[in-house]
Design a protein around this ligand. Structure first.
Ligand SMILES: *Cc1c(COP(=O)(O)O)cnc(C)c1O
Length: 428
């Protein structure tokens, strides 16, 4: 459930009319709903009631300070994958003891920053990384708490570009090497193995791959304990899917996911960490855009929007489906069910891949109309680029009847100012 609903013929985010935001901030713009972020966090949290669970929001899904602060106030921790995300999480007030650091390529500088901050744990992804982390911790006279990210060789049955738990993926340590790696950690003076970590992919719409992976991890924890390692918690990663296309996808509810985990854990006596990203932020945001032109070709109609693939790259990158709906309620414009047209929603960027939807049934729109691309709160703004010298677009957060710009629109001056002309090309 989200808080983007029609009211009096117009689409609202909570109690704010989206056309008011467009009038004040201009389009394209990302709009997030605080109430939806809070609701998603609470529903997810409640699914683990009775378990010793820490929820670490995957910052890479949406790293805006205002979004992180909203979640921090709900008690969220953070899963970070870079020094930049670590800094953002700490600045937003997420306590270090609720921060875990994932990712296959942590640099010594990033390790140093995370150790100085005293984060909860490093999710280590290779044997080479272990040795470097040990050396960095030693130089600082510290002990680094580590979990090994294991690769359970389970097919997440999701898009190939967001599948991470198969043996062929770059993530995690191969199953057959895991025991040896924990033995090595025990030999290293400045590492302490505190847990096991797994994350098999994103946008999973079936519990079975999760369950298969988690069962393997539970067996592993039992084994590691008999080998003398004091494993206190399991990090089960993120990845639970959301309904982008309600007609096509019915992902399991957080409740069903929590119940499955409770069952799989049995009486293991282990605390757990969860790293949801998309589930919290995805349907808490929309990309508000205006239609610039309608263009008819021989056998189709293009709706050309002012938003493009550089603003929201998921359709181009993952063939992702996003619902697109007009801000003006269709029934008010004569666009009843029977009155639908088929249109390709595209952006202005010079790439055929700059297509948000192909042959999409839609109520008719005309130039100047506002529309939203739904489910854009996760992996939207964070993946934006300035391709075609299109400046980064703003982000707005709604709370009740209030809204605020939480990231201002980049100016073209600021965009171009990043370039530097070398002295031999400088004007006299
Ligand atoms: C991307 C990622 C997540 C979040 O995935 P969602 O599908 O957004 O829940 C969690 N953990 C790790 C290690 C990740 O890389």
């Amino acid at each position: 459930m989200d808080h983007f609903q029609y009211r009096d013929g117009s689409l609202y985010a909570e109690d704010v009319n989206l056309s008011d935001i467009a009038a004040e901030v201009s389009t394209p713009v990302y709009v997030y709903s605080s109430a939806t972020l809070q609701r998603h966090f609470r529903v997810f949290n409640e699914a683990f009631e009775g378990l010793d669970a820490l929820i670490c929001f995957a910052v890479k899904a949406n790293s805006n300070q205002a979004v992180l602060k909203t979640l921090a106030k709900e008690g969220s921790g953070a899963d970070v994958v870079s020094g930049g995300e670590l800094k953002r999480a700490l600045l937003a007030g997420i306590p270090a003891e609720k921060i875990v650091f994932s990712g296959v390529g942590k640099t010594p500088d990033e390790m140093r920053d995370a150790l100085s901050a005293n984060i909860k744990q490093f999710n280590v992804e290779s044997e080479a990384e272990l040795e470097v982390l040990n050396a960095v911790a030693k130089s600082m006279n510290m002990i680094a708490p580590v979990s090994v990210r294991v690769n359970p060789d389970v097919d997440a049955k999701t898009h190939a570009k967001i599948s991470t738990g198969k043996a062929e993926n770059k993530f995690g340590i191969p199953w057959v090497r895991v025991s040896r790696v924990y033995a090595r950690i025990a030999e290293l003076s400045n590492l302490n193995a505190v847990g096991v970590d797994v994350h098999i992919g994103s946008q999973l719409t079936d519990l079975k791959p999760f369950e298969a992976a988690f069962r393997k991890v539970v067996d592993l924890v039992i084994n590691l304990r008999t080998q003398g390692h004091d494993i206190q918690h399991i990090d089960l990663g993120g990845g639970l899917g959301i309904p982008y296309d309600p007609d096509a996808e019915t992902p399991p509810s957080p409740g069903a996911y929590g119940a499955m985990i409770n069952k799989v854990l049995g009486d293991l006596d282990c605390s757990i960490i969860l790293e949801p990203g998309r589930l919290i932020a995805g349907n808490a945001g929309v990309l508000l855009t205006s239609m610039l032109y309608e263009k008819e070709s021989e056998n189709k109609v293009f709706y050309i929007l002012d938003a493009a693939m550089n603003d929201l790259s998921r359709p181009a990158m993952y063939d992702a489906y996003h619902d697109i709906i007009p801000v003006k309620e269709p029934s008010q414009t004569g666009g009843e069910q029977g009155n639908k047209v088929s249109a390709d929603f595209v952006g202005p960027v010079c790439e055929t891949g700059d297509t948000f939807a192909k042959a999409r049934p839609t109520s008719p729109m005309t130039a100047g109309d506002l529309a939203v691309i739904k489910s854009a709160g996760a992996y939207g703004a964070v993946m934006a680029s300035t391709y075609n010298s299109r400046a980064l677009i703003p982000e707005v957060l709604v709370s009740g009847d209030k809204f605020a710009i939480i990231r201002k629109r980049q100016s073209l001056e600021d965009l171009i100012k990043l370039d530097q002309v070398p002295y031999w090309l400088a004007d006299e």
